[in-house]
Design a protein around this ligand. Structure first.
Ligand code: PEP
Length: 248
């Protein structure tokens, strides 16, 4: 499966920031990327971004409600994201789990909502720092896969993002050996749970991926791309990360 480099803008970006997407589009046209490229701007910008990028790369949401419509003030459904031009949606990001109390069952329902709307779900998992120090990281990630990835997941409609919570936005990352070991463990867990689909599903690494560490992380076995937060806000940084996938 072709790698995927995905940008998560989080709660950053006004209309003026769309110029970064224009720069990204121009650069990708000049030098076709060695991977699939996705940007998940705030939902308010997806429709404008869709008109601007015209399929040069994919767009996604950062969360969705599990229901298609209804009395859920302030929420956004997967169908609305699709209608605005998204083809992916991130679900179960640790900031959603921490700040909005989302649990594995909620995340699984959101993944199913994504599929219902025809979106690919990027399901985030990852241990906290305390869980890693306690030696529980493998068990926590396996539990999150069992609870957050619905049984019918396919490689075509689901991507897993391994994001150690302590590495997000901190500048800290696991060692390369730790990333490789965890991705191997996630692959085994997915294959056990989903069979063939689990063997082909992309597993992204996320957590302080930057231009200077992207090459070594992205070329590890079982790392099928990256989910990038802060370094996706500037087209130049995001492009350097994408370039990390090109054989040197
Ligand atoms: C993220 O929020 O998904 C993320 C990986 O953030 P950062 O790259 O800024 O650590």
């Amino acid at each position: 499966m072709r790698p995927l480099v995905a940008g998560n803008w989080k709660m950053n970006g006004l209309g003026s920031g769309l110029s970064e997407l224009s720069s990204l589009k121009e650069a990708l046209a000049a030098s076709p990327p060695p991977c699939d490229v996705l940007v998940c701007p705030p939902a308010t910008l997806i429709a404008q971004a869709d008109a601007l990028v015209q399929g040069a790369f994919a767009l996604g949401g950062q969360d969705c409600h599990s229901r298609p419509s209804g009395p859920h003030t302030g929420d956004i459904s997967a169908e609305m994201l699709k209608d605005a031009g998204a083809s992916f949606v991130i679900v179960g990001h640790s900031e959603r789990r921490q700040n909005h109390g989302e649990r594995d069952g909620d995340v699984a329902a959101k993944a199913q909502a994504a599929w219902r709307a025809g979106l690919t779900a990027i399901i985030c998992i990852g241990e906290s720092e305390a869980q890693r120090y306690a030696g529980d990281a493998n068990q926590i990630c396996a539990q999150q896969i069992d609870g957050s990835v619905p049984g019918g997941a396919l490689a075509a409609n689901t991507v897993i993002a391994y994001e150690p919570v302590w590495a997000i936005g901190t500048g800290k990352t696991p060692t390369l050996a730790e990333i490789a070991a965890m991705h191997g463990h996630i692959r085994t867990t997915l294959a056990r749970r989903l069979g063939e689909a689990g063997r082909g599903m992309r597993i992204l690494y996320g957590g302080s991926v930057k231009p200077d560490n992207a090459g070594e992380i992205l070329n590890l076995p079982e790392v099928g791309g990256a989910l990038v937060g802060g370094a996706s806000l500037k087209a130049a940084d995001f492009l350097s990360i994408i370039e990390g996938l090109r054989p040197s």
